[in-house]
Design a protein around this ligand. Sequence first.
Ligand code: ADP
Ligand code: MG
Length: 419
Amino acid sequence: MSTITFADIGVERRISEVLAQRGIEQPFPVQEMVIPRALEGEDLQVKAPTGSGKTLAFGLPLIQGIPATAQGPCALVLAPTRELATQITEELAPLARARGIRTATVVGGVDIVRQAKGAKTAQLVVATPGRLIDLVRRRLIDLRQVTSLVLDEADRMLDMGFMPQVNDIVALLTTERQTMLFSATLGPQVADLADKLTNRAVRLEASGDPAASAPIGERLDQSFVACAHSARTDTLLDLLRDEDGLTIVFCRTKRGAARLAEKLEGAGLSAGALHGDLTQRQRERALKSFAQGRTRILAATDVASRGIDLDDLQLVVNFDPPEDHDTYTHRVGRTARAGRSGRAVTLVAPDQAADVGRIAARLGLDEHWADTGYAQSGPRVVYRSRGRRGPTPRPAAASRPRPPAAAGGNRVRRGSRTA
Ligand code: ADP
Ligand code: MG
């Protein structure tokens, strides 16, 4: 295990003291790799696994690079969702404060005038692109002093959904700036765009080996469960009843997530929904209640697949399969973070077998995939529902069979978290 300290890689003592109060004493590999270079002002494109500590890897150098006398935004972080932007601010603000630097979050769905007041005087701004452009257009924020730009979840920020907005923002910044891109999935599909945005960036790839524990593949128990469309809800209920940690269940559509949360609640489980059709206040409430363990299950769309960091999240279920391999990586990466272990289960209907099989193969999970029965024999139903109230057979395909849940003791478990 490395004995390198934050001081060794150039982090100021008043900042490392705040980290130590949080139990963060030694840098993770990505931080060791990135921080010295970022402090030198280099442009970087960094690929490092989910939960490997990228936020501090960019956050600490950003904070230290801001002159103590600065007025207004000097450093800008762009993130794809309001929840992630808020989380980044929450993680960085106390560290920034140790140097007398103010931080602001700029995201949609909240009062723009009040938000602008905070953003105008903050030196570090974390934003989603749409709202930031709104502020710029209304002349409520001035980005001309920004000398450092970070795109977190950079591949997402450079895809079709965000690229036009990101371009608009970048056009307002000085070309003399430092630009750093971060993601767990930074592949060739965005290489050209990434190169255009950065200036002779150094490409870094960190291992997923925080705190010298096993890489994520070894800490994450992944399985694929063959399951007819009609049997999905019962299969899910069965999985959830055996689980007592926080569980996130990914759905393809907003309506799907909303409906699933209702069904789970109807079945006596403690569940909430998180998706883009909710008001910002509802989104905040849903995430907070989940983070605090008041709701144990969160049915979510991919709005929750990137960046969200919750300590006690132990199980990720893909109720609908992810669109592609990268989405799979981010969804399951909500668990097994920072050296901890976790579990991911993907439900696979017969007509989804081919697509999901390709994802499994790309991940090198052929063994787990074979468990579904699809791999050897082509699509077939290996699990059939006998109705919610009758005896439910275990999904034959689950890679880690569990004992049947005790009768009656498997419903709502409020406040069961230890932390
Ligand atoms: P990523 O952005 O790479 O997915 P995060 O930056 O969200 O990962 O970090 C994952 C978790 O690890 C967070 O809870 C964070 O506080 C914690 N963490 C980060 N760096 C360290 C460290 N050096 N030591 C201990 N925990 C850390
Ligand atoms: Mg992150």
